[in-house]
Design a binder for this molecule. Structure first.
Ligand code: CP
Ligand code: NVA
Length: 326
């Protein structure tokens, strides 16, 4: 029962349910803009477990929970016994006796599933190595705000096609019936299990996996993400060499034939030298911008930051849906 109310991965939900999350998020956005109080979950207690860094997800869960009247407790990886002195299952059992819901950002998908199984309270996946489902509600909400519909749209993701965001975009587009293209070098194309899941849950649309960037021509939405994800131990230079042809830059945008194409990025992004890692990469390899050029990022920054803001409204909808009948 509690597990059914958790939000662990997109394939646990139908097209209608995902659309309902998006519509609820749009309603919460309106309430927030109009400063209409919505402390519908007053007094509940929520744990926020982060085993990886976060700006948007952490902030969105915190503010969304507070707006709903809940108490949000941040449990960082170095603050609790989890993993070092206490197993995930024991931690789940303890937290389930004290908290009404748990957000978890970590490594293995299995961990968030176990947490849901053994805590007995709703658990929300704030990103694992496999999926980033809360991000999807914000992304498709932004797409809906922009186009007003999902029918006949084509989304192309360029970059590391095997990461959590690529996996989530692939299955969520398939569930919603949006044409989806993962444009990535052969070495970084999605695992066959993920493509099979997308096909299994697909309602309409086409799934394309290709290494040919010419596939951007008929797309309405271009999406990219960092080339090396949190927790990945890879040779940065090798990754850059593989992915440079998949950078979102003006030359690539010039090949898009659809008018008003949207550019999205889940953030954080390497588009300039205003980060430590960005500067380190520049000093070592001479690249000032990676997955997206600064010019394109700035040109599309309004929608990219709208997408970031929508994390707040969508996470509020997700928590509210899980807890509204408590
Ligand atoms: N997009 C996203 O999940 O951002 P954070 O890593 O800052 O939470
Ligand atoms: N693929 C990225 C997403 C960050 C929001 C990562 O896992 O680091």
């Amino acid at each position: 029962m509690a597990k059914a109310k958790s939000f662990l991965k997109e394939i646990d939900y139908s097209k209608k349910e995902i659309e309902d999350f998006i519509n609820l998020a749009l309603r919460f956005k309106k309430l927030k803009k109009e400063r209409i109080p919505h402390r519908y979950l007053d007094g509940l207690n929520i744990a926020l477990i982060f085993e990886k860094a976060s700006t948007r997800t952490r902030s969105a869960f915190t503010v969304a929970g507070q707006d709903l009247g809940m108490n949000m407790s941040y449990l960082g990886k170095d603050d609790i016994q989890l993993g070092k002195k206490e197993s995930l299952v024991d931690t789940a059992k303890v937290l389930g006796t004290m908290f009404d819901g748990i957000e978890y950002r970590g490594f293995k998908q299995e961990s968030v599933e176990l947490l849901a199984e053994f805590s007995g309270v709703p658990v929300w996946n704030g990103l694992t190595d496999t999926w980033h489902p809360t991000q999807m509600i914000a992304d498709f909400m932004t797409i809906k705000e922009h186009f007003g519909k999902f029918e006949d749209l084509t989304l192309a993701y360029l970059g590391d096609g095997r990461n959590n965001v690529a996996n989530s975009l692939l299955v969520t587009s398939a569930i919603l019936g949006i044409n989806v293209k993962i444009i990535a070098p052969k070495e970084l194309q999605p695992e066959s299990e993920i493509v099979d899941l997308a096909k299994k849950h697909q309602t309409e649309g086409l799934i394309t996996i290709t290494d040919d960037t010419a596939a951007v021509a008929d797309t309405n939405i271009l999406y990219t993400d960092v080339w090396v994800s949190m927790g990945e131990e890879v040779d940065f230079k090798e990754r850059i060499d593989l992915l440079l042809p998949y950078q979102i830059n003006q030359a690539l945008l010039n090949r898009v034939r659809k008018p008003n194409a949207l550019v999205l990025h889940c953030l954080p992004a390497f588009h300039d030298l205003n980060t430590e890692i960005g500067r380190e990469i520049y000093e070592r390899y001479g690249y000032k911008e990676l997955e997206i050029t600064d010019a394109v990022f700035q040109k599309h920054s309004q929608t990219i930051f709208q997408e970031a803001e929508n994390r707040l409204h969508s996470i509020k909808a997700i928590m509210y849906h899980s807890l509204k009948n408590i």
